[in-house]
Design a binder for this molecule. Structure first.
Ligand code: HEC
Length: 120
């Protein structure tokens, strides 16, 4: 009996794991929050090529209307999409060119001021 329960548990866990992986991959909000954090760490470490790669990746992580109770993404993003993406483009270009950290940081701030709604 005990064995049966353990086997059933192992089976249900095995069934659960791939599903959770899919959810994480399909969650652009969690993915972009993680990418933003990684970009911040790269910037602090002066790793501008990682900043550029993350900026390129992030442009794909704001599908239309993807906001939530915990997301700090402003709905203005999708009303002013071209302006929003232009900031990522500038960030990517500056980081690719190895611009100074304060120059790159200016793009972080410019976007956060307009398109990120702080929730605490
Ligand atoms: C073009 C817009 C844009 C640029 C450029 C940008 N961000 Fe963000 N950032 C956002 C938005 C929007 C959010 C909120 C995302 C959400 O919660 O869905 C965010 C969230 C964050 C967060 C919080 C992530 C979390 O865990 O909730 C950090 C940290 C961050 N950004 C760092 C940076 C750094 C560092 C840079 C520059 C190297 C940068 N960002 C550039 C738009 C931008």
């Amino acid at each position: 009996m005990k064995l049966k329960i353990a086997a059933a548990l192992a089976l249900s866990l095995a069934a659960l794991t791939p599903t959770m992986g899919v959810i994480a991959d399909d969650d652009p909000i969690a993915a972009r929050q993680a990418a933003m954090k990684a970009m911040g760490a790269a910037l602090r470490g002066g790793d501008t090529s990682t900043v550029a790669a993350k900026a390129a990746e992030l442009k794909l992580l704001f599908p239309e209307g993807s906001t939530s109770a915990t997301s700090e993404a402003s709905p203005k993003i999708w009303e002013e999409w071209d302006d929003f993406i232009a900031i990522f483009d500038k960030l990517e270009a500056d980081a690719t060119a190895g611009a100074a950290v304060p120059v790159i940081g200016g793009s972080c701030k410019a976007c956060h001021d307009d398109y990120r709604v702080k929730k605490g």
